[in-house]
Design a protein around this ligand. Structure first.
Ligand SMILES: [Zn+2]
Length: 78
């Protein structure tokens, strides 16, 4: 697995801390439905050595929970 030479501190997509970042230059399948470690992966198209690549930013469950999601806190009825 490739990693970037200059990884940012936060994910540039959702501006949240991430656990790891990987670089891909070909097709890849992502399935997080049953992943105990990672909750979300953000994708950033970029270039590396004049080639188009995708950076994958992996967020753990803890990192995504700490981001806060107040909009999903409403309950029906009441
Ligand atoms: Zn992200």
């Amino acid at each position: 697995m490739e990693v970037p030479d200059d990884p940012p501190v936060e994910c540039p997509v959702c501006e949240t801390a991430y656990d790891s970042v990987s670089v891909h230059d070909e097709g890849v399948m992502v399935n997080l439905l049953d992943n105990d470690r990672y909750r979300r992966v953000c994708f950033e198209p970029t270039t590396r050595r004049d080639r188009s690549v995708m950076r994958f930013y992996h967020h753990t469950h803890e990192q995504t929970d700490s981001a806060g999601d107040a909009t999903a806190d409403s309950e029906p009825g009441g």
